[in-house]
Design a protein. Structure first.
Length: 303
């Protein structure tokens, strides 16, 4: 039997980057290497395996069937290797390493910066990678070993996601100062039946949560604008007669907007720390999660 030359770890890393982006130039930029270097390493890997991993045309790059098969095993293998490195780092405490966190938009905007600042002061040798994502994206990245922990919403979408509730907050109606509801303290959900609304886009779990509350109130929302940015929705409410519904934690004091409670029912969103059930949890991830708990667990009960 002919001895095989071992596959290089670098080749698998380059392959995964190219498989993720399906764009060799972009993958090279993410890895801080030149495109010829990346292409050469992938070509060597294909030669070693005896099969092409990508279909390359002038218009697109796609994984071959062999590439799809290798992708699943390469992700798993590198994930296990990273877990092993993390276990070794446990021996040194929080003296080095990388902590990868996925966070939903409202947390990134207001709630996370103090926690990130505290962690960086306590553990300056640990590098942080913080990405804003939808809840679904966070769960997928956790399952694939691309994140160490996430901050998103309950309930979980995937069976392999473990959730730890940390914050319960209301979803509040926000209007401009001249809106017909501007002087109200409370508005019933069914009063929004014909009201023009700017809501989160459908890829966001908060939108689906709101739709369940609308259904409970027996109405169909009149959504005139879908957006993926809280600042956009707040700006629309401020500058027009269109109202929006925003998580309480994402709203800052502004004399040009009005914040109104919604009742019958009261829409509530539950935020959680998300983990991949069967993956190693580093000391850095566990420590960061404890900082999150310390900050938010006291706010679980709505006043």
């Amino acid at each position: 039997m002919t001895a095989r030359i071992p596959i290089k770890l670098r080749q698998l890393q380059y392959f995964l980057a190219a498989a993720k982006t399906l764009h060799f130039s972009q993958a090279a930029e993410e890895l801080f290497v030149t495109q010829p270097t990346l292409s050469h390493q992938i070509a060597e890997l294909e030669t070693h395996l005896g099969t092409p991993l990508f279909d390359r045309t002038s218009k697109a790059v796609r994984l071959t069937q062999a590439g799809e098969v290798l992708l699943a095993y390469a992700k798993r293998g590198l994930g296990e290797l990273e877990a092993g490195i993390g276990a070794l780092e446990e021996l040194e405490g929080l003296q080095r390493g990388l902590l990868r966190i996925g966070v939903t938009q409202s947390f990134v905007r207001k709630l996370m910066p103090p926690i990130l600042g505290q962690f960086m002061k306590l553990y300056p040798s640990v590098r942080l990678s913080v990405d804003e994502m939808t809840a679904g994206e966070i769960e997928n990245c956790l399952a694939q070993g691309e994140l160490d922990l996430g901050i998103a919403f309950a309930p979980a979408l995937l069976e392999d996601t473990e959730i730890e509730t940390i914050l319960q907050e209301r979803l509040l109606l926000v209007t401009g100062s001249t809106h017909r509801f501007a002087a109200r303290r409370r508005v019933r959900m069914n009063e929004l039946s014909d009201e023009p609304l700017a809501l989160f886009s459908k890829e966001y779990s908060t939108r689906h949560l709101l739709e369940r509350y609308f259904k409970e109130a027996g109405i169909e929302p009149n959504v005139v604008c879908s957006a993926n940015a809280i600042d956009v929705m707040l700006g629309i409410a401020k500058e027009s007669s269109v109202a929006t519904i925003i998580p309480e934690s994402a709203i800052e004091k502004n004399p040009d907007i009005r914040v109104i409670e919604l009742i019958d029912p009261i829409p509530v969103r539950i935020s959680a720390v998300l983990w991949a059930k069967h993956r190693f949890r580093s000391a850095a991830a566990r420590t960061f999660a404890q900082l999150v708990r310390d900050r938010f667990l006291s706010k679980l009960v709505l006043r």
